[in-house]
Design a protein. Structure first.
Length: 404
């Protein structure tokens, strides 16, 4: 069972994420293979001409030859350009809208099961990932439209700014040319200003999209785990004051992912050259590294819940009230189950070895002593048990025995 009793830092979130991944590696990989395997395979088929590529690496082929063939098969031909357009503007949007929410939801339910300490099964996680399918798709579409609108607005504003900066740069360059006798120096100044303006443009667009992506990005766990229909406002409230911490988490993950994938691909090219076997191994390794983005996303959501609703969430997880079990067993245990049973029978749950008759008798005697009106003042709804009547009869005989 993974504990979420207090807020966590970046290192703790990554450590908990890797713990969950290592513990449930098989189930996680099977889910990644099911959801992401087809799109990765289709990507290689559409974007690269693999018709002339052998399954095993060819003997005598150098790394330079493999890179040259890779460049030739990845950018030439009208068919490849059409495939690139279809993949980028048709297949990927459909996949992101129809499949990606369920893929993320499966990992959300897996982390939830790890939080509860419940058993994890592939079949149950797969079923749970589609339970809130249409609300997840609808909120994903809305999320995508918001990011597209943000990108358009920021790009428009920055494009106008770039035009102004370009005009000013040309003016500065022309002024330097008039003042000085070295036109080459003015050209360098102009190029530096344009490169700086372009770099600033990229940074601002990326920062703007990252800000809104993080602030609205936790809509999926709200829909999948909390059962909400509209979740973007809830995500905005959860991430308030936590932007830089979440940004730091994904910055570290992006560095890890980039170094791993670039190093892995270079190694595969060196060992397997440009072969189908090498491409299949690369797809498998990509599936292995993909969960390091999704599992921390789910862990971060629970950490945000602890930060915003710490006591309530801790009690809810301890009682197992809102989260079901994943192995087919009910999650209601301990005091929660005792309370439920007591509510059904109308009696208070008693610990093991409880002597109902003796303790009940003491309680009634205490109430009799505390009540000035005696037993007659008690409510008629309280009926004495047969054991109590027998005990009263015995006590009434005791003075007579003493007199004898």
């Amino acid at each position: 069972m993974i504990s979420f009793e207090r807020p966590m830092g970046i290192g703790s979130i990554l450590d908990r994420s890797f713990q969950i991944y290592r513990k449930h590696f098989t189930v996680t990989f099977l889910l990644m293979l099911l959801f992401f395997g087809p799109i990765y395979l289709l990507q290689n088929l559409v974007l690269f001409d693999l018709s002339g590529v052998s399954f095993l690496p060819e003997s005598g082929e150098t790394i330079a030859d493999s890179l040259d063939r890779f460049a030739e098969t990845s950018g030439s031909g009208d068919e490849l350009r059409i495939g690139l357009l279809l993949f980028s503007f048709l297949l990927m949007p459909i996949y992101l809208l129809a499949v990606f929410p369920s893929a993320v939801s499966s990992q959300l339910h897996l982390v939830r099961a790890a939080v509860e300490g419940a058993s994890v099964s592939f079949k149950e996680l797969l079923r749970s990932s589609f339970t809130r399918y249409w609300p997840m798709v609808g909120n994903t579409l809305l999320f995508g439209l918001i990011l597209a609108g943000v990108y358009t607005a920021i790009s428009t504003v920055l494009a106008i700014g770039m035009i102004i900066v370009g005009a000013v740069s040309f003016g500065i360059g022309a002024g330097i040319s008039e003042i000085g006798s070295d036109p080459f120096g003015s050209s360098i100044v102009l190029v530096v200003l344009l490169i700086g303006a372009y770099g600033l443009f990229i940074v601002l667009v990326t920062a703007g999209i990252a800000f809104f992506a993080i602030r609205f990005g936790f809509y999926l766990p709200v829909v999948a785990l909390e059962g909400a229909r509209s979740s973007l406002g809830r995500s905005w409230r959860l991430t308030e004051g936590n932007f830089w911490r979440i940004f730091g988490i994904y910055f570290v993950l992006s560095v890890i992912y980039s170094v791993f994938m670039l190093g892995t691909y270079a190694l595969l090219i060196a060992v397997f050259k440009l072969s189908l076997l090498g491409q299949l191994i690369y797809i498998v390794l990509t599936l292995l590294i993909t969960p390091i983005y999704i599992i921390p996303y789910a862990v971060t959501y629970f950490d945000l819940r602890v930060r915003n609703e710490g006591a309530d969430l801790e009690q809810m997880l301890a009682a197992g009230k809102s989260y079901g079990a994943y192995g087919g067993q009910p999650a209601e245990t301990g005091h929660a189950a005792d309370s439920a049973e007591a509510g059904q029978t109308g009696e208070a749950a008693q610990p093991d070895g409880f002597d109902g008759g003796g303790s009940a008798e003491k309680a009634v005697r205490a109430s009799d002593a505390a009540s000035p009106a005696g037993p007659e003042s008690r409510s008629p709804a309280v009926n004495p048990s047969p054991e109590r009547e027998l005990d009263d009869a015995i006590r009434s005989k005791e003075p007579e025995r003493k007199n004898e």
